[in-house]
Design a protein around this ligand. Structure first.
Ligand code: SF4
Length: 334
């Protein structure tokens, strides 16, 4: 417990490395630690290739962790081995995918897709109960009963995402990883899906890990936000705090990239521009991984990996600019 918030997940030094060949290891997630509180939405952002989706999948055990722990309601998810225990976790923790079409079996009717979890976990008392559950889920996500008899290709992207959400809800989970659930949708549909997720969270007391590649997408849904860069966590803060006072140069750059509607404000604001692409996670830079793109990089940044530390209440950052013994004489190298 922290400030009366009940912790639902604890992620501790989580690592997921993929062996490419005998001499090459891709460090997709390389030691991240954070908590997720019950009933909150934790937004996880970063450019493509920063490890956020791998982190989400490793938390759910869709990937085996290379190192580190994930605790769900104080139980270690990654040491649970019996089929019964795994089934319990699989029911409590669900996923909504970025591309709803790719994740829906094209040969199954929507009602059978939604009922998969109901069948696996034996939740329906009989055929009628199964159908009632499916119909109720369809209505919950804004579809109607007739939709159950159709196939995924008959639906728009937004509707398909609603089917994916109904499928995740079918087993009555506590925690959902939503992996870029709106990125593939038209802008006009994105707000509808975000509003649906918000309503479901309120009605069902759900906890979300909401993964997105830009900060504007998580702004309206997240209570707290974590910013990942090259497999590491750069910053975590309450959502309002992160947008009002971003500390890490990478977070500042991501915020700078969000256009402001007012052209006067847009013209007058200070922008932090980062150039180039994210370096390869196979061979990340020494010290701070952001140093090759950071406009404030100092000589110390190449030598020492900054510690992920608490800057103030609920606000954590990994950057030498906020070190307690920060030395004004550090030489900026760019
Ligand atoms: Fe930039 Fe150095 Fe901070 Fe890394 S530690 S973000 S390179 S100032």
């Amino acid at each position: 417990m922290d400030n009366n918030r009940e912790r639902l997940l604890k992620i501790e030094n989580l690592k997921k490395h993929f062996k490419i060949d005998r001499n090459t290891v891709l460090k997709a997630v390389d030691g991240i630690s954070f908590d997720i509180y019950k009933g909150e939405t934790f937004g996880l952002v970063g450019e493509s290739g920063c490890g956020k989706s791998t982190a989400g999948r490793t938390i759910l055990r869709l990937h085996e962790a290379t190192e580190g722990e994930v605790y769900f309601a104080d139980e270690n998810v990654h040491t649970k081995k019996s089929a019964k225990q795994l089934k319990k976790f699989n029911r409590s923790m669900q996923m909504i995918f970025q591309d709803p079409y790719a994740s829906l079996n094209p040969r199954m009717t929507v009602k059978d897709i939604i009922a998969e979890g109901i069948d696996i976990h034996g939740l329906a008392k009989n055929k009628q109960d199964r159908l009632n559950r499916i119909n109720s889920l369809l209505e919950t996500v804004g579809l109607n009963r007739d939709h159950g008899n159709r196939y995924p290709h008959e639906f728009s992207g937004g509707q398909r995402q609603r089917i994916g959400i109904a499928r995740a809800l079918a087993v009555d989970p506590d925690f959902i990883v939503a992996d870029e659930p709106i990125s593939a949708l038209d802008v006009s549909i994105q707000a509808q899906v975000v509003n649906l997720l918000k309503r479901l969270q309120k009605e069902r007391g759900l906890t979300f890990l909401f993964i997105a590649h830009d900060l504007s997408m998580v702004k309206h849904i997240s209570d707290r936000v974590g910013v990942m860069y090259l497999g590491n966590m750069a910053e975590i803060a309450a959502s309002d705090d992160l947008y009002a006072e971003p500390l890490h140069p990478y977070t500042q750059a991501l915020l700078s990239a969000i256009p402001i509607a007012d052209p006067k404000v847009e013209r007058s604001r200070d922008r932090i521009i980062v150039e180039g692409d994210v370096p390869s996670p196979v061979d990340p830079p020494s010290g701070c991984r952001f140093r090759t793109r950071c406009p404030f990089a100092m000589d110390v940044c190449a030598k020492v990996d900054p510690v992920f530390q608490k800057y103030k209440k609920d606000h954590w950052v990994a950057c030498h600019l906020y070190d307690e013994d920060y030395n004004e004489d550090y030489k900026v190298i760019q």
